[in-house]
Design a protein around this ligand. Structure first.
Ligand SMILES: C[S@@+](CC[C@H](N)C(=O)[O-])C[C@H]1O[C@@H](n2cnc3c(N)ncnc32)[C@H](O)[C@@H]1O
Length: 264
């Protein structure tokens, strides 16, 4: 993916310094922005997929689908429902409880990871993997700095550990039983046309489909593997037959369990 950094408008000298620092960290070019020059003009001139912009509100990612900046999204509403005692299907499918260790292999905007982090608490572990370098950076910064109206959510965000890597590659480096559960929420093969929240993420996201070999590796790393999907055929093709989900939603959580005779 071809990306570069530049400064936002109206932020003084701190912004170019910040953008240069990020460029060094991410090993991508820093592009000098002439006056109030448009981001689209820079993107076209340098043939970029996206531009990481240092703004006074933190990093923002500009692409053909618009501007992306970190926000906890649906995690806020989901957390309120958990406070009210409602079941969260992701938590139920992953069998999360205080102290659980979960590897979120497809971090994205970390809404699921935020919920997981709240549920597993201080003694648990949430590690998130993200294959897209700009998304990993944007979300990692957001998890460290975002301030919501709910201190318990902010504490949960700060506890999430992130890593820029592709899941299939990273799983191979992990010892058996390093986690209690590995979770996958890959980009849907057939995007939901009306779903606007994933739209700006798509041009920046890693979109290769999940393959069986990765699930086999995940089942070595944890005895429970959960895959979120909205097309049942995709889950069946991956050899997953146990499903959990609401009858009101197409989204299902496919569950794979290590068999008793499978050694680690
Ligand atoms: C649908 S989003 C995940 C949304 C996330 N569950 C949330 O709550 O915000 C999928 C994300 O996983 C990343 N991704 C997809 N496949 C991956 C893989 N094999 N390894 C690491 N990251 C992956 C994509 O770049 C994208 O950011």
């Amino acid at each position: 993916m071809n990306i570069a950094t530049t400064r936002g408008l109206n932020g003084g000298n701190a912004l170019p310094t910040q953008a240069k620092k990020w460029a060094r960290l991410l090993e991508v070019p820093y592009i000098e922005r002439q006056g109030n020059g448009s981001l689209q003009a820079i993107k076209d001139a340098y043939n970029l997929d996206g531009i990481l912009v240092a703004t006074k509100n933190g990093p923002q990612l500009f692409s053909d689908e618009g501007i992306l900046f970190y926000h906890p999204g649906m995690a806020v509403l989901r957390l309120q429902k958990i406070f009210q005692g409602e079941q969260d299907n992701f938590v139920a499918a992953c069998e999360l409880k205080l102290g659980s260790r979960i590897l979120d292999a497809t971090l994205g905007f970390a809404s699921d990871a935020a919920i997981a982090s709240y549920v597993v608490g201080n003694d648990g572990l949430v590690q998130g993997l993200e294959a897209s370098k700009p998304l990993w950076f944007l979300v990692t910064e957001g998890l460290q700095h975002y301030v919501s109206d709910e201190p318990l959510l902010d504490q949960a965000l700060r506890r999430i550990k992130t890593k820029w890597t592709e899941a299939g590659i990273y799983l191979k480096t992990l010892a058996s039983d390093s986690f209690d559960v590995v979770y996958f929420d890959p980009m849907f093969k057939y995007p939901v046309k009306l779903s606007s929240n994933m739209k700006p993420l798509r041009p920046m996201a890693y979109t290769e489909p999940l393959v069986r070999a990765t699930l086999t590796e995940a089942l070595r790393v944890a005895p429970l593997v959960v895959v979120k999907e909205r097309t049942p055929r995709v889950l069946r093709d991956l050899g997953i037959n146990e499903l959990l989900g609401s009858k009101y939603s197409k989204v299902k959580y496919g569950i794979l369990r290590r068999k008793a005779n499978e050694t680690t």
